[in-house]
Design a protein around this ligand. Structure first.
Ligand SMILES: [Zn+2]
Length: 90
């Protein structure tokens, strides 16, 4: 748990826009992000328009379910790793 602040500062991002913050995207959560969720709303975003949320361990499932329930294309990856462009779970 203590290493996650350092991991969140990583600039090694190969997909999506630069991250604007390093904290969890869940409202009112101040935890450092450990996971990134790259997602897109097909109704309003073109294919190259990807939004990125960060999530702490506590909220990664919540945010993933939130997006999955809307059928948004979604890639969940551990921060600091390269997201799979194919979007498969795991
Ligand atoms: Zn959180």
């Amino acid at each position: 748990m203590s290493a996650r602040a350092a991991a969140a500062t990583s600039a090694m991002i190969g997909l999506g826009a630069p991250l604007q913050s390093s904290t969890c995207s869940r409202a009112d959560c101040k935890n450092a992000g450990r996971w990134r969720l790259d997602w897109r709303n097909p109704r309003i975003h073109s294919t190259d328009r990807v939004k990125t949320w960060l999530a702490c361990d506590e909220h990664v499932e919540y945010l993933r379910d939130f997006l999955a329930a809307r059928d948004f294309p979604l890639i969940v990856s551990e921060l600091g790793t390269t997201p799979s462009p194919r979007g498969d779970e795991q």
